[in-house]
Design a binder for this molecule. Structure first.
Ligand SMILES: Cc1cc2nc3c(=O)[nH]c(=O)nc-3n(C[C@H](O)[C@H](O)[C@H](O)COP(=O)(O)O)c2cc1C
Length: 206
C-alpha cells in the first residue's frame, strides 16, 4: 500500500493546522487507499535551512536533515495542510521543502487549505509553483476551507459534508497519481555532483 504523509504546515502555538491536519489524516485513513502518517513540522523542529550544500547533491551534514530526508523518502504521496500568511505559504513549510530535493521527486501532492474568504488558496497557488520545481505533481482536486473559524468548537475542527466529500475526491485522485508516477519514482535521474562550483565560474541556474 502506498505511503501518504499528511504534513501540517503551520507551527505556531494554538494553530488551527493541528486539528485540521488530524482531521485530514483521519479522512485519509478512512479512505483506505494509503498507509497514512501525520507529520507535524512543529514537532520536527527544523531550523532555517542550514545545510552548506545544494540539496540536489544530497550531502547532508546535520542530523535533523538526515532525519527529515529519511521521513520524506519513505512517502509516496503527500497532503500539505496549509493556511495562508499574508497571501502566501507559512515559512516553515517552504523551509521544509527547501531542505531536500531528490526525496520529493515524482511524488503527487494534494492540498488542504484554510483561512478567511479565500480559504488559503493563494498559499496553495504559490506552493504549487514550488512543488513543480521539485518535480512533484500538485493535483487540482483539493479541500479548501473558507471561514475556518466557523467550523471550530471545543471539540476541535468539525468538517461539514461537502468538505468530507472533497477530501474523498482528492484522495481518490491522489491515489491514481501515486500509482501512475511509481515507475518514475523507481527510476529517478542520477544524483547531481556534490562539488560546489568554483568561485567565479559561470554556472547555469538550477
Ligand atoms: C501571520 C498571519 C498572517 C495571516 N494572513 C492571512 C491571509 O493572508 N489570509 C487569510 O485568510 N488569513 C490570514 N491569517 C489568518 C489565518 O487564516 C488564521 O490565523 C489561521 O488560523 C492560521 O493558520 P494556523 O492557525 O494553522 O497558523 C493570517 C494569520 C497570521 C498569524
Amino acid at each position: 500500500m502506498p505511503k501518504l504523509h499528511v504534513v501540517i504546515g503551520s507551527t505556531r502555538p494554538g494553530r488551527l493546522g493541528l486539528p485540521i491536519g488530524e482531521w485530514a489524516a483521519r479522512a485519509a485513513k478512512q479512505h483506505g487507499g494509503f498507509d497514512v502518517e501525520l507529520v507535524d513540522l512543529a514537532a520536527l523542529g527544523l531550523p532555517l535551512l542550514d545545510e552548506p550544500g545544494h540539496p540536489r547533491a544530497g550531502q547532508y551534514t546535520h542530523e535533523h536533515t538526515l532525519r527529515w530526508s529519511a521521513m520524506v523518502d519513505e512517502a509516496d504521496a503527500f497532503v500539505f495542510v496549509t493556511p495562508e500568511y499574508n497571501y502566501g505559504p507559512p515559512a516553515a513549510l517552504l523551509n521544509a521543502l527547501s531542505f531536500l530535493y531528490r526525496e520529493w521527486l515524482y511524488k503527487p501532492v494534494g492540498f488542504v487549505s484554510y483561512g478567511g474568504v479565500a480559504a488559503g488558496l493563494r498559499s496553495v497557488q504559490m506552493l504549487k509553483q514550488v512543488a513543480t520545481t521539485l518535480k512533484m505533481m500538485p493535483i487540482p482536486e483539493a479541500v479548501a476551507i473558507p471561514f475556518v473559524f466557523k467550523l471550530m468548537d471545543e471539540g476541535g475542527f468539525r468538517a461539514d459534508e461537502p468538505l468530507e466529500a472533497a477530501a474523498t475526491t482528492m484522495l481518490d485522485e491522489l491515489l491514481r497519481w501515486t500509482e501512475a508516477l511509481q515507475p518514475l519514482r523507481l527510476n529517478p535521474p542520477p544524483q547531481a555532483p556534490a562539488a560546489p562550483p568554483t568561485p567565479g565560474t559561470p554556472v547555469s541556474r538550477v
